[in-house]
Design a binder for this molecule. Structure first.
Ligand SMILES: *[C@@H]1O[C@H](CO)[C@@H](O)[C@H](O)[C@H]1NC(C)=O
Ligand SMILES: *[C@@H]1O[C@H](CO)[C@@H](O)[C@H](O)[C@H]1NC(C)=O
Ligand SMILES: *[C@@H]1O[C@H](CO)[C@@H](O)[C@H](O)[C@H]1NC(C)=O
Length: 437
């Protein structure tokens, strides 16, 4: 498009369609327990100086340009790790021992809705897991415009005594339940130190598959989809990808995003000291992914703040994608947006306050543009204004405009609004739009 033309479009407030974004791509994910407990407490049987080893790990993170890295036990050498790494997006540390969880993310992609969650249960039976508040982290990672994946990092309770097993199975169940609540309808990656093995009868690591529909990349690519029934412990660095470590990576796609694991490797040989000694007592796990956008549903980016509870029309829309034509919008608002819904998805989101506006589209009319404004209420960002514009040039709106607005368009002008996802309470905190042909 010539620059002059682009300027005119911008001046007219015309949104950039999401079709301009890529419809397929690849990325890599690396999980690594970096053995960063203070050397005085735990040498992890790793030779050499921990600060020096951590500097090497950071340099190798930068050189490897991995897209999403999850570290565990990133405790007392964290500053060195970040000094030698150069990823654009990194979580601030939650602290060394005994304050932090040791969990951090280093990424080439930005995210929203980051949360640190502590385990409800820990065990001192072995491994002193209660010494520091371990748990898991959550974030919605933006791989590309309209391409979002919910990404979890975790470090489950260690040890095999009865109380360890009890704590660890509770940890895995806690993440599985969180995924059901916070990632309904979404593509998901879970990767970290699960301290679990498929061959250990007391472990419940298969819960991610049976409850959440996640596939283990190692099981999928190295074992044809079925976990081996005999234990095979890995060397460090591992010489084969078929042995099992407790460091695992699970994934699933969604109706909005097809996600496939393309390759699996233990990357231990890429993380060695100059003389060949290991840098950590764990092998890093490296998985490359390929993603594709489906032809039937697309999401916009998120707008608003990271507050409230997750909602999504995707589960309702995924089975048979409805036509956006002839839908009815139900909007509630006053000085902000209290609630909204669309008949194609049938659920209403947000609260029941505000003034109700019911807006019925004609049989050959669809919403092909949405304008949102956000603002601050009690120190939290919320959605203040919603306006739908139709293919017949009509508009419906609720709430009040602010100085911070954006216009969203479907990937093609013939596509229309069929649903919403985001976070809500008694008002709408965060919103993304779902489009269909
Ligand atoms: C490699 O170097 C480290 C740190 O100097 C040392 O502790 C370790 O013993 C060395 N490993 C070998 C195999 O020589
Ligand atoms: C750590 O690295 C520095 C800089 O390369 C080196 O001078 C020092 O001897 C190393 N320390 C240990 C204990 O290996
Ligand atoms: C574990 O040990 C720590 C330190 O002794 C103690 O403060 C904590 O209450 C213990 N937790 C459990 C669950 O036993």
């Amino acid at each position: 498009m010539p620059p002059m033309h682009a300027l005119l479009l911008l001046a007219a407030g015309v949104a950039v369609p999401t079709a301009l974004a890529a419809s397929s791509g690849t990325f890599t994910a690396l999980s690594f327990n970096v053995a960063g407990l203070p050397a005085i407490l735990q040498n992890n049987d790793v030779p050499g100086d921990k600060t020096n080893n951590t500097a090497s790990i950071g340099s190798k993170f930068a050189a490897g340009r991995y897209d999403i890295i999850h570290v565990q036990e990133d405790f007392n050498y964290h500053a060195t790790l970040y000094q030698f790494d150069n990823h654009a997006f990194r979580t601030p540390t939650s602290g060394g021992v005994p304050f932090g969880s040791g969990l951090n993310t280093l990424s080439n992609f930005d995210w929203v809705d980051f949360a640190r969650v502590k385990w409800d249960t820990c065990s001192n039976a072995s491994g002193a897991d209660c010494l520091t508040p371990k748990g898991f982290t959550f974030m919605r990672v933006k791989v590309d415009d309209g391409v979002w994946i919910d990404v979890y990092n975790l470090h489950a309770d260690a040890g095999t005594e009865t109380d360890d097993q009890r704590a660890r199975t509770a940890n895995i169940q806690q993440v599985a339940n969180y995924i059901d609540t916070w990632s309904a309808g979404n593509a998901v990656l879970v990767f970290g130190d699960t301290n679990s093995r498929y061959t250990r009868a007391q472990d419940n690591i298969a819960t991610f598959t049976t409850q959440n529909g996640l596939a283990d990349a190692w099981v999928a690519l190295m074992h044809g989809g079925t976990p081996p029934s005999t234990e095979s412990v890995c060397a460090n660095p591992s010489t084969t990808p078929s042995c099992e470590t407790v460091d695992k990576l699970f994934f699933r796609g969604s109706a909005l995003l097809d996600v496939r694991a393309a390759s699996f490797a233990y990357a231990g040989a890429s993380f060695l000291q100059p003389n060949g000694s290991i840098l950590s007592d764990h092998n890093p796990v490296l998985v490359s992914f390929a993603w594709t956008l489906p032809s039937a549903l697309r999401a916009s980016n998120f707008f608003g703040g990271p507050h409230g509870s997750w909602f999504s029309d995707i589960p309702a829309l995924a089975g048979a994608v409805p036509s956006p034509r002839g839908a009815t919008l139900t909007l509630r608002g006053g000085s902000r947006v209290d609630g909204l819904g669309i008949s194609t998805a049938s659920a209403q989101h947000g609260g029941s306050g505000g003034t109700l506006t019911t807006f019925a589209l004609g049989a050959d009319e669809w919403v092909n543009s949405v304008r949102l404004c956000q603002g601050q209420k009690d120190g939290h960002t919320r959605i203040f204004f919603f306006q739908a514009s139709t293919s017949k040039g009509r508009t419906a709106s609720t709430g009040a405009t602010t100085g911070d607005c954006a216009t969203f368009a479907p990937p093609q002008a013939s596509w229309g609004l069929v649903g919403f996802m985001g976070q809500d309470g008694d008002e709408i905190d965060q919103l993304a739009l779902i489009w269909a042909p």
